[in-house]
Design a protein around this ligand. Sequence first.
Ligand code: SAM
Ligand code: SF4
Length: 337
Amino acid sequence: MTMPLSAARPLVDRYGRHISYLRISVTDRCDFRCVYCMAENMTFLPKKEVLSFEEVETIASAFIARGCTKIRLTGGEPLVRRDIMDLVNSLGARIGSGLEELTLTTNGSQLAKHAQALHDAGVRRLNVSLDTLDAERFAAITRRGRLTDVLDGIEAAQAAGLAIKINMVAMAGVNEDEIEPMMAWAHGQGLGLTLIEGMPLGEVGIDRVDTYLPLRELHDRLARRYSLTKLSQRTGGPARYVHVAETNGVLGFITPMSHNFCESCNRVRLTATGQLFMCLGQDDQVNLRDALREGGAAALDRALDQAMLLKPKGHDFVLDRNRLAPAVTRHMSVTGG
Ligand code: SAM
Ligand code: SF4
């Protein structure tokens, strides 16, 4: 992602990294309860604590003014927030005026309904999370989702002209046996597939040590069976991509546990309540909601400078049987995936 030269006072942290990518969690709520992401009985935030769309837009504008070119809406499930298309439309209107790309990460359950409107708003790419193509397994992993809803959503999104990347959390003993079938299916449909290592975020419903699947080893195993060509495309995040000759598609590996990618990190994350987290795996944060509510635009701008001073050099997740607490206590649905 490039930094537009026009940006006044671009956001640069103490290690010289340009922050050009903002992920916004628009809600901590979700219609699924994926076993690796949430506990069965989650308590969600009172709605009054959640940023209004107006506040989200003000914060997004402050980032765009300072050179942020990419925004991803996530959650929780972004498409379950009421009137979400109002926000998508207003942010979409910024594309071409500082903002280069608006994307979403979604579980796909509501996608059939929104696909065309997302495209009309200027969204061109989506990440859809899907860990299995088996309906029963899908119901067990998501605890309450229906596979057909997601598959219908993917179909509608493709018909609307949206490029889709499937995100699959790869888990030993849960869906490891489906990695190759998923790749054949996704690539056969013209979809990218990215495998994600489970991260120790929040107390959830599975044993993270037992299900941890090191993707580096998986990559090496796949490399013995398929012709994998490393691609240079990089996102500033933990993903590495290869082209698979046999299936003629792109396979990504997100390896937060086994690979250090922090030196190129270009992103920060805004929670639904306006906390700005500088790193998924650390607790450093700045409260942009309070800055905005108490001091207006000037205070918000100063808070962004403060955030740049706080962005840590990197993170270090540890999965340790002797340590019962997760590495970071907040769930992925709070910080936004
Ligand atoms: N609800 C949307 C979805 O599922 O795509 C967006 C939010 S979700 C938190 C974003 C991504 O984070 C999903 O791809 C999900 O699989 C992934 N995720 C959630 N918890 C995770 C964890 N503990 N480790 C790794 N990935 C996780
Ligand atoms: Fe919901 Fe996404 Fe978390 Fe699953 S991964 S529970 S769909 S927020």
